[in-house]
Design a protein around this ligand. Structure first.
Ligand code: GLA
Length: 417
């Protein structure tokens, strides 16, 4: 016997809403599902804090583009569990564009029946059985960036469908939306998710076009700040600069998203990928792996599975680190304060040759005196370094390879210890 869906009533309400609302454009007022329902407002107010730390996981787009199917997703779920990625925090497995082909007569979005023959519910169940969370992709407009059917006109039906399938994360893109009001549209999408009743992370993907750092907190849990990343050093450098401008907006429950990781995709050197990953961690960015997890080199694993670096990203204080020293010849020093009173510090070298770089404790908020230093890539204690603030030769110095990074964590040694 078929068990009636728990969300049949909600789907019915959503369909009614769609009949009354010709288009999910600026006509928010006409949305029947929101009208005169104070109970729903109360429920929304109780929504638990999602993404208290930046989301971590995997997304299909950077490596696989439209070449996605359920075999890839199942194998990736297995790989997340078997490689230690899941246990390192990579919990969300997200299918990006191209899983959807049409809308059914009932208005529901239809997954590609050839590539996802078992259906999304069964796939989500499999992902959940591996101790992971499941994510999908859509777009605010009528079509996704790859031209697949998207959510305009169907926010409520889609939200209910996702809830029924067991979706935990939805990335919502902005193609074909030029004349729409981004804060209003994403807020209505959020409200549809709330009405559907399942906590679902909302990943806002309007590429920083409408200054999301000013309005997206409380609407979604992460918001893209830039155009798409490419698997090359210039793209990473450019994104670091753009994303660094919005540090004040980040914090528990809402994160600047400089786009998904390219680590392991082949277009950068080992040092460049380490810099990419270190800076994403220092900037408290979502860490969504974008490589083939079924075939990772040891080098790639040593980056994505560097727990000392992911801990910096996931630190519960939730501060986005910032540049504290800008050197004119290609050196930069970043600092992210951490919950235990320590500081994560990244020395970056954008130049073509090796650079010696240094800091004084006063420049990174470490009190004058001794502090314990650990190298987060060498996985080695460097020892206790003392900078009393009185002598220039007490500076802490490292040598950084071209396009590379040295990342350390510094714990002040309290007086008397
Ligand atoms: C946009 C997004 C990408 C990806 C593609 C899919 O370009 O910014 O991250 O989702 O669409 O088509």
């Amino acid at each position: 016997m078929t068990k009636p869906s728990i969300t049949v009533w909600a789907l019915a309400a959503a369909l009614a809403a769609t009949v009354l609302t010709s288009c999910d454009g600026p006509n928010a007022k006409k949305d029947a599902a929101t009208a005169g329902k104070p109970a729903e407002t109360a429920a929304a107010a109780q929504t638990p804090l999602l993404a208290a730390v930046p989301p971590m996981g995997f997304n299909t787009w950077n490596k696989f583009g439209c070449d996605v199917d359920e075999t890839l997703i199942r194998q990736t779920a297995d790989a997340l569990a078997e490689t230690g990625m899941r246990d390192a925090g990579y919990k969300y497995l997200v299918i990006d564009d191209c899983w959807q082909v049409e809308r059914g007569a009932d208005g529901r979005i239809v997954a590609d029946p050839k590539k996802f023959a078992g259906g999304m519910k069964a796939l989500a169940d499999y992902v959940h059985s591996k101790g992971l969370l499941f994510g999908l992709y859509t777009d605010i407009g009528p079509k996704t960036c790859a031209g697949r059917p998207a959510s305009a006109g169907y926010f409520d039906i889609d939200a209910v469908t996702y809830a029924e399938w067991g979706v935990d994360y939805i990335k919502v893109d902005w193609c074909n939306c030029d004349d729409l009001d981004a804060p209003a549209e994403y807020t209505r999408f959020r409200d549809a998710l709330r009405r559907a009743g399942r906590p679902i992370v909302l990943s806002i993907c309007e590429w920083g076009r409408n200054d999301p750092w000013k309005w997206a907190r409380g609407v979604g849990q992460l918001w893209r700040t830039t155009a798409d990343i490419g698997d090359n050093w210039d793209s990473v450098v450019w994104i670091i600069g753009a994303n660094s401008r919005h540090a004040a907006a980040a914090g528990p429950g809402g994160w600047n998203d400089p786009d998904m990781l390219e680590v392991g995709n082949g277009g950068m050197t080992f040092d460049e990928y380490k810099t990419h990953f270190s800076l994403w961690a220092i900037m408290a960015a979502p860490l969504m792996a974008g490589n083939d997890l079924r075939a990772m080199s040891e080098e790639t694993k040593s980056i994505l599975l560097n727990k000392e670096v992911t801990e910096v990203d996931q630190d519960p204080l939730g501060v986005q680190g910032e540049v504290v020293i800008e050197r004119g010849y290609g050196g930069q020093v970043w600092m992210k304060p951490l919950a235990d009173g320590s500081k994560a510090v990244a020395f970056v070298n954008y130049s073509g040759g090796e650079l010696a770089q240094y800091v004084r404790w006063s420049q990174i908020g470490v009190p004058a005196g001794p502090a314990r230093v650990r190298d987060l890539w060498a996985h080695q204690d460097i020892g206790v370094h003392t900078d009393t603030g009185k002598h220039y030769n007490e500076r802490f110095e490292v040598r950084v390879p071209s396009h590379g990074v040295v990342m350390v964590r510094i714990w002040p040694v309290a007086a008397g210890n």
